[in-house]
Design a protein around this ligand. Sequence first.
Ligand code: NDP
Length: 295
Amino acid sequence: MTDAVLIDGKAFAAQLREAIGRRAATLKAEHGLVPGLAAVLVGEDPASQVYVRNKEKQTVEAGMASVGRRLPADVSEADLMTVVAELNADPAVHGILVQLPLPDHIAEKPVIEMIDVAKDVDGFHPLNVGALSSGEEGLVPCTPRGCMMLLHDVLGDLTGMNAVVVGRSNIVGKPIAQLLLAANCTVTIAHSRTKDLPGLCRSADILIAAVGRPQMIKGDWIKPGAAVIDVGINRIEAEGGKTRLVGDVDFEEAVQVAGSITPVPGGVGPMTIACLLENTLIACCRQNGVEVPEG
Ligand code: NDP
C-alpha cells in the first residue's frame, strides 16, 4: 500500500479565506455592508489568547471588522451577560463568539443561550443545534463544517459511505455526525463506552477522530483506503525537553494504510477560523436580507 494522500487543510483554508475576502469586498461594493465579528475573551488563558488574536487578525485580513472584548477572569456572569446583550443590540456586529472555556464560576449554557441565534457564528445555541439536526437553515459549528469541506474536496459525493465518528461532544462529534448523515453517509458515533472500538473503526470508509487522546487510533484500526480526518490537537513532550502537537491518530502508522489523511498540525485546525469568517459573512447577509455573494 502506498502512502495516503495528505489533505492539506492549511492550503485549503488559505484559499477559502481569500475567497471570503473577495465575497466581503463584493458585499461592501454592492450593499455598503462590512461583516463584523465580536470575540469575547474572559481571563488570561494563553491558548485562548493566541486563538482569539488569530481570529481577529484573519477577520481584518478578510476585509471584515473585528470587535474585541477582553474581560477579567473574575468578571461576574451578570456583567458578561451585559456585554453579550450590548453586542446583540449592535447593528455593526453580525457574529458573536464567546471564547470557551469560561472560568469555573460562570456557567457556559446561559451565556451561549444569551447570544442572538442569528449572530451565533459558533453554532452552539440550542436553536442552531436543533436547526442542524432537523435540516433547517441555521449556523453550523465551524470545525465540523471545515471537516466536511475537506472530505468533499478529497472524496466528492459521500453518499452510501460508512462513517465512524469517535467522540460525541456537542462542539465536534455530534455536529459532524449530523453533517455526515445529511450527506447520506451511514453514521456510527463511538465514545468511551464503545465496545471493540478498533473493530468498529475498521468498518469506516470515513473515520473522524475527535477524542483528545494523543495518537490513540492505530494504523491497524484503519480500513485500507479510508479517509481519516483527525480533529484532535494534543501537546506531547518531544526530544530535548520541547513539546509538539499531535492528533488523536497515530499518523506515522495511519498514513501507510489510509487513502487520505489530515496531518496535525495543518489539517483540520486552520479550517475552523476560515469557517468562522464564512459564518460571519453569511450571518451579515441574512441579517440584512441580501444574497450571500458567490466565491
Ligand atoms: P471532549 O473532551 O469534549 O470529547 C471527547 C470525546 O471523546 C468524548 O465523547 C469521549 O467519550 C470520547 N473519548 C474519550 N476517551 C475515549 C476513548 N478512550 N475511546 C473512545 N472515545 C473516547 O473533546 P472535544 O470534542 O471538545 O475535542 C476533541 C479533540 O478535538 C481535542 O483534542 C480538541 O483539542 C480537538 N479540537 C480541535 C478543534 C480544531 O479546530 N481542530 C476544535 C475543537 C476541538 P465520552 O463522551 O464517553 O466521555
